[in-house]
Design a protein around this ligand. Structure first.
Ligand code: SF4
Length: 344
């Protein structure tokens, strides 16, 4: 158990302090103004891999466009992907819609952990978050922020990436959880990690549970969580072509069964269009996907006619189709580097 928590009264004190602090200091975020499971679910999926500030406008636009689970279930996939474009990790959007369609068949939003966990794209963390926040069910959450806080509270010396350590911290989270207010307690712990127990330089003087923090007591809060080093990223270079014909751009669409970015539109890579005449480098940019760091070099090119599998898309329609993030970045950097004549 935790330092300074050796009886039920100490545990209750820790919960009370954390909840009082949360009531006073929580950030006003749009998804905290509701307990509607649909809205909580959308926010939790968007917040995976994406920062809060970046999520807010997407969250609001997405809900304006798909205000309930029925609207999401019945929308064309292309519209869902277009609303998601820019957030990355598009399998999240596809799984959202798949899950929405399952819920539409059930005719009501699942209300227990096991049924939530069975939805496409919903893992342990998301099921616990929805179950606790929307339905007050006693399931602790274990996201990156919570793991960091718990690793410091307990001065956990094992590698935070290991399954064993996560299980150990999961058991602590279970023990700490306030079963009267599980949703508030989970959010308080996550908020503490996001705003006070920061990855670098935690603000211990502002922490409501500093008296119970082992790392703080040892003056070692910056030593946790312990991480073994990651392998360095793979580096890959790709060459993209911007081929224009009047106000149209040559694109291809990934097939519906693609492992990545199914249904998204892309610029051609150089080796896909051997008949193209490449005129010169126009721009370059970097883009990281998981553990691979891509350098994209963008060339202006011309071609006599569109090869099979490629389509001319009107430039004015590009906002309305699901364009991949790399294609968007390539077209933006191409345009930014164009001279007054429009020629890079
Ligand atoms: Fe984190 Fe410091 Fe609070 Fe410990 S005392 S939980 S290290 S902010």
């Amino acid at each position: 158990m935790l330092a300074g928590i050796n009886d039920g009264a100490a545990l209750r004190r820790l919960r009370r302090r954390l909840l009082q602090w949360y009531a006073k200091h929580q950030r006003d975020l749009p998804w905290r103004r509701t307990r509607d499971p649909y809205r909580v679910w959308i926010s939790e999926i968007m917040l995976q891999q994406t920062r809060v500030a970046a999520v807010i406008p997407y969250y609001e636009r997405f809900l304006a466009r798909f205000p309930d689970v029925w609207a999401l279930a019945s929308a064309p996939e292309e519209h869902v992907l277009a609303a998601w474009a820019g957030l990355g990790y598009y399998s999240r959007a596809r799984n959202l819609q798949k899950a929405a369609r399952s819920i539409a068949v059930l005719r009501r939003f699942p209300r227990d952990y096991a049924s939530l966990r069975a939805l496409a794209g919903v893992g342990d963390y998301t099921a616990s978050a929805i179950a606790s926040i929307s339905f007050d069910l006693p399931h602790p959450v274990l996201d990156g922020n919570v793991l960091r806080v718990l690793s410091r509270l307990t001065a956990e010396r094992g590698n935070i990436r290991s399954e064993l350590v996560r299980r150990r911290l999961g058991a602590i989270a279970e023990e700490l959880l306030d079963r009267q207010h599980p949703g508030q307690f989970n959010q308080a712990l996550m908020e503490l990690g996001a705003t006070v127990c920061l990855p670098k330089q935690p603000l211990c003087s502002k922490c409501p549970v500093s008296a119970q923090c082992t790392a703080r007591r040892q003056g070692q809060e910056n030593h946790f969580p312990v991480r073994s080093s990651r392998p360095s990223p793979n580096r890959v270079e790709k060459q993209l072509l911007v081929i224009e014909n009047r106000a149209r751009v040559l694109l291809w669409q990934r097939p519906a069964g693609s492992r990545r970015l199914a249904g998204f539109w892309e610029l051609p890579e150089r080796e896909q269009v051997p008949g193209a005449v490449v005129q010169g480098e126009a721009a370059s940019f970097r883009h990281a996907i998981v553990n691979t760091l891509y350098t994209f070099v963008v060339y202006r090119a011309t071609i006599r006619r569109a090869p099979p599998g490629f389509h001319w898309q009107e430039r004015r329609n590009l906002d309305r189709i699901a364009l991949s993030t790399t294609a968007k970045k390539a077209l933006a950097s191409f345009a930014a580097n164009a001279g007054p004549s429009g020629v890079p």
